[in-house]
Design a protein around this ligand. Sequence first.
Ligand SMILES: Cc1cc2nc3c(=O)[nH]c(=O)nc-3n(C[C@H](O)[C@H](O)[C@H](O)COP(=O)(O)OP(=O)(O)OC[C@H]3O[C@@H](n4cnc5c(N)ncnc54)[C@H](O)[C@@H]3O)c2cc1C
Length: 320
Amino acid sequence: MIVQNWWLTTLLQQKYELCPPLQKDISCDVLIIGAGMSGLSAAAEFINKGLKVVVLEKNILAGSSTGRSAGFLTPDSELELSQLVRRYGLSGANEIWEVPVKGIEYIRKNVAQYNITCDFRIQDSLFLGIGKSGWQDVQDELKCRESVGFTNQELYNQQELPSIITSSGFNGAVRYDETYGINALQYAQGMKTVLREHDIKVYESTEVLKIEDHTAFTHAGSVKAEKIIVAIDKMSASFDKLANEVFHAQTFLSVSEPLSDKEVLTMFPNDQFQCWDSTLVYSYFRLIDGNRLLLGGGNGPTTFLPNAWYHEDVIAGVHK
Ligand SMILES: Cc1cc2nc3c(=O)[nH]c(=O)nc-3n(C[C@H](O)[C@H](O)[C@H](O)COP(=O)(O)OP(=O)(O)OC[C@H]3O[C@@H](n4cnc5c(N)ncnc54)[C@H](O)[C@@H]3O)c2cc1C
């Protein structure tokens, strides 16, 4: 096993220009601090709006969570639709669901409009029941999806499962569409080119240390701006008073060696789904560029302990 960020390796397939750090004092109309999916999407909204826009990112663009993401473009999260409905009622769940649906559409539109190479693929979802409550969980999910008006989903029981996934570990599944896979780091670096072509100034390796009087100060320069959008992660209290109320959660990814077409067909005899199971700290897998299988997850303690770090044992448990 090689311990490294696989997505960084995939950047070597393309030509991206590194944007040097800010080293002077400048001013603009809109400053965006942090360029993960949020900051990038904010910046893209200002394309052709006639404003002077600057982006400051302390890493490379998407060098934090976005560039490490497993790239499941789906409105599903730790909570399935049925669980959202249980907790927030139908209209509350709908409202929450609509946010990622719009985000996915936005990303999809950008990939097509700007012709961004980022292993974007249509990848139907397979929500897999596991353990004692697994079969009930997938049936609940199916019922819920039907009750909110989704029409394109299918339920598989344990006997039917081998025709779509070759594993004896699951006891049922729901399949549905309008979900996609993406290499989010390549997407972000592609969007960097788009932003720069539209005269949006991007500075990488540029950490904002403080904001005072409409001015963001970095190690070697500053930006004075009429409006400042903060889209950073791991907020400190100096940026946001609610910072201490955000709790830590993390997940761990692995990427296989390339599989042969035969191996892929053995695993997915019907379609190459993106899959995850019905546990709270769920395991997930999908095929990515080069016939590699991305597989991720974790366990209870390593998901929520802030100082838990990548260890082969964690991913070995997920593989099992
Ligand atoms: C391993 C992993 C797998 C995931 N898988 C999925 C998935 O399959 N599907 C999904 O939808 N979500 C997934 N997620 C979650 C998803 O990646 C995040 O929700 C999303 O990327 C958050 O985007 P963001 O722009 O809010 O934050 P980030 O991507 O973290 O962006 C914030 C940016 O701000 C920068 N920054 C921070 N402080 C400063 C500062 N002081 N000055 C300048 N810049 C600063 C950071 O370097 C960073 O680039 C995954 C996350 C991880 C870690």
